[in-house]
Design a protein around this ligand. Structure first.
Ligand SMILES: NC(=O)c1ccc[n+]([C@@H]2O[C@H](COP(=O)([O-])OP(=O)(O)OC[C@H]3O[C@@H](n4cnc5c(N)ncnc54)[C@H](OP(=O)(O)O)[C@@H]3O)[C@@H](O)[C@H]2O)c1
Length: 355
């Protein structure tokens, strides 16, 4: 019998890290030692992987000694510093930051679309795409395989937890502070006046009773980093370098679950029945499309689910080869932790087979 691999969760105290611990507990028997790492602020804390109490260690070169697979759940700049340290120690890194995603020597893997890419990793790093793209890919991979995807226009409705622990806590605090204020949101400036500037930090503006059409940092031409990620990362994962993509990313006052309205154009006309068949059979997709019975994807129903919920499928009225549909994906599950676990499983099988 082969040795069970040592796995580390780096950034275990964050919102994604906490879901990683939960998912790892569900497949505990596959792994050997589990190490949980975070910043020195968290060193000595106890976290649980199922019933197993694990003491959090401060990130250090020594902490990667003997680690076979390391899940990185850290801010971009911290990943940039520590991923090379982990790979130098021999770990295969599955990184969720944006740092390595577009590096041509780093595969960007969503197992529903390009699982084989996980096995060619010249730098010892596999990148996880951003949570918006990952929610979309299982639907796009299925529709592209069946009908040939030519272009898409995407509008997102993204949850506060996409901004990490700080974002989620800020949304709850904003809801608390605005709750009970009579007729709040009906007069110019009243939401800002009640909340004050102290809540602007994670989103750039108040999020309670509001939507914010800015996710990520500003880039040339008025785009945001998130909008460019949806375009560039979708192209890389799907192996469609010329895919035409337009995207507008918006933060909404939802705790968990990114929603997206998609207008997708194919090589030929596609009926709703054909699209339903492709989506129903697609790995990682749950078709939720019975509008007359009020069944369609919503974040409150998609939270905690492994699959992307897809529904509201319609033929575009004015665009013969296009479909409109709506998807919801749990940004912490498929959008982050679950995808990383799926990728690690591909690597685990490969490494165990070589022992
Ligand atoms: N949230 C999402 O929906 C989502 C989806 C896809 C990808 N991601 C990506 O996943 C990563 C983690 O995101 P998150 O939302 O979980 O963030 P988070 O809740 O803010 O957690 C950040 C984690 O990083 C650790 N950390 C911060 N600075 C550190 C340092 N200097 N050294 C060592 N550890 C440090 C924190 O440890 P302490 O607690 O000790 O500070 C914490 O464990 C990010 O790259 C993010 O872009 C997030």
């Amino acid at each position: 019998m082969s040795r069970k691999l040592t796995v580390a969760i780096v950034g275990a105290t964050g919102v994604v890290g906490s879901i990683m611990c939960r998912l790892l507990a569900a497949e505990r028997e596959k792994w050997g030692e589990i190490r949980l790492l975070a910043s020195p602020r968290s060193a000595g804390k106890t976290l649980y992987v199922g019933d197993e109490a694990v003491t959090v260690q401060a990130i250090s070169a020594e902490a990667f000694e003997g680690v076979d697979i390391a899940h990185f759940d850290l801010p971009d700049d911290v990943s940039a510093e520590w991923v090379p340290v982990a790979t130098e120690k021999g770990a295969v890194v599955v990184d969720k930051s944006a740092t390595f995603r577009m590096d041509p020597e780093v595969p960007l893997v969503c197992p529903e679309a390009n699982p084989d890419d996980a096995h060619t990793r010249p730098k010892g790093v596999i990148a996880n795409a951003n949570c918006t793209t990952l929610a979309l890919i299982p639907t796009l991979a299925a529709l592209d395989g069946a009908f040939g995807l030519r272009s898409m226009s995407v509008s997102s409705y993204q949850a506060a937890s996409g901004s990490g622990k700080e974002g989620l806590e800020s949304l709850y605090a904003q809801i608390d502070k605005s709750a009970g204020v009579e007729r709040i949101g009906t007069e110019p400036g009243d939401v800002r006046a009640v909340l004050g500037e102290e809540y602007d930090a994670p989103f750039g503006a108040p999020l309670a009773l509001n939507v914010v059409p800015k996710v990520g940092g500003w880039r040339d031409g008025g785009w945001t980093s998130e909008e460019l990620k949806v375009r560039n990362e979708s192209r890389k994962i799907l192996g469609l370098p010329d895919l035409k993509v337009a995207s507008t990313c918006v933060r909404v006052p939802v705790a968990v679950g990114h929603s997206q309205a998609v207008h997708a154009t194919f090589e030929r006309e596609v009926s709703v029945a054909e699209a339903h068949r492709a989506l129903r059979d697609a790995p990682g997709v749950d078709l939720v499309d019975d509008p007359e019975n009020m069944e369609f994807p919503m974040p409150i129903d998609g939270v905690g689910k492994p699959g992307t919920q897809a529904g509201r499928v319609r033929r575009s009225i004015d665009f013969p080869n296009s479909l409109e549909f709506f998807v919801v994906g749990d940004n912490l599950m498929k959008g982050a932790a679950l995808n990383s676990m799926q990728v690690a499983d591909l690597v685990r099988r490969e490494l165990e087979a070589k022992q």
